[in-house]
Write a protein that binds this ligand. Structure first.
Ligand SMILES: O=C(O)CCC(=O)/C=C/C=C(\O)C(=O)O
Ligand SMILES: [Fe+2]
Length: 312
């Protein structure tokens, strides 16, 4: 049954701290091509593997993976807020099949999602509700993290589940490759940030503006070569892209979490969403990458990449 894939980096800084206009236009062109690819495929369901940045998933209860049976966008970084058109029955069918396959996934009847999930929907559909969606959260920031291979097993189980549906399913992976933006870490956070990481859902408009202002200021520093952030790593990004394009999951399966951080920065764990999406596609058999774009964009704190792929 038809399946297609689009993976893309996201960045909260898009539109708020842009690179040179030529670079912005280049990325807009790539995303327009991805949109055309998706329009041509005409999915009737979108399964999105995405992280969260302490907006919907906090330390009061942090699962490794969670399938949303209902979800709404918090509207961070100027993105649209409100409900997604979640296909609840299919969300439960996928969660049940994934559990049966031995991957412990949580379920949410009220998932809050942030730019990590919303941006790819706006890139590809310009809307939160154009096509029914099943959101699949993958924890990529809140330590302790399980090994990245678990994301592959999750993706493979989701791929097996959607194979049974007899529908046109687009799988999406959303996350940067190498990048080290200022996402707080519990172990080194001051008390007021620890409190936010545990109980900081639904911040006030002022609190959200403050957080977003700090991210923009950090991006200014990073683009100017200042600050404590790890550099982007185009060579590592190429290794990840090459491995996924070749279906060589073994190149990533055996890697420890420290490897991802050392090579790509703390948020490089977001490549778990790409691993899951490609593993879902691989569940259908051999695949072929149809487009691949990469550019290191410090203004967005991102080794920014977008790929599309189809079964061979
Ligand atoms: O608490 C905050 O607002 C931390 C900043 C933040 O969420 C940054 C996110 C960055 C990305 O999503 C990214 O570059 O992938
Ligand atoms: Fe992110």
């Amino acid at each position: 049954m038809p399946l297609a894939l689009c993976t893309t980096s996201h960045s909260p800084l898009i539109g708020l701290h842009d690179p040179d206009p030529q670079v912005r236009a280049e990325v807009d062109g790539v995303l327009a091509e991805a949109r055309a690819f998706v329009t041509g495929f005409a999915p009737d369901l979108v399964v999105v593997f995405a992280p969260d940045h302490y907006n919907g998933f906090l330390y009061d209860m942090m699962p490794s993976f969670c399938v949303g049976a209902a979800a709404s966008s918090v509207g961070d970084y100027g993105l649209p807020s409100g409900p997604l058109d979640v296909d609840r029955d299919t969300a439960y069918a996928i969660a049940t099949a994934v559990l049966d396959a031995g991957v412990d996934v949580a379920v949410s009847e009220d998932m809050q999602v942030d730019h990590g999930l919303v941006q790819p929907l706006t890139f590809l559909f310009a809307s939160l509700t154009a096509v029914p969606v099943v959101p699949v959260f993958i924890n990529c920031v809140a330590e302790p993290l399980g090994p990245a291979v678990r994301a592959r097993l999750l993706g493979a189980a989701v791929g097996e589940a959607v194979r049974e549906l007899g529908r046109r399913v687009l799988v999406v992976g959303s996350g940067g490759l190498s990048h080290d933006p200022p996402v707080p870490r519990l172990a080194e956070a001051p008390p007021e940030v620890v409190e936010r990481l545990k109980h900081g859902r639904n911040p006030t408009r002022e609190q959200r503006a403050q957080r977003e202002g700090r991210t923009i200021a950090a991006a200014r520093d990073f683009a100017a070569g200042r600050g404590p952030f790890r550099p982007l790593n185009p060579a590592w990004d190429a290794l990840v892209l090459d491995s996924l394009a070749a279906g060589d999951f073994a190149a990533l399966d055996g890697r420890g979490n420290d490897w991802f951080v050392e090579e790509g920065g703390h948020s490089a764990h977001e490549v778990r969403t790409w691993i899951a999406a490609y593993a879902a596609l691989a569940a259908q058999g051999p695949y072929e990458v149809r487009s691949r774009y990469y550019r290191a964009i410090p203004e967005w704190f991102a080794g920014f990449a977008t790929t599309t792929a189809l079964p061979r």
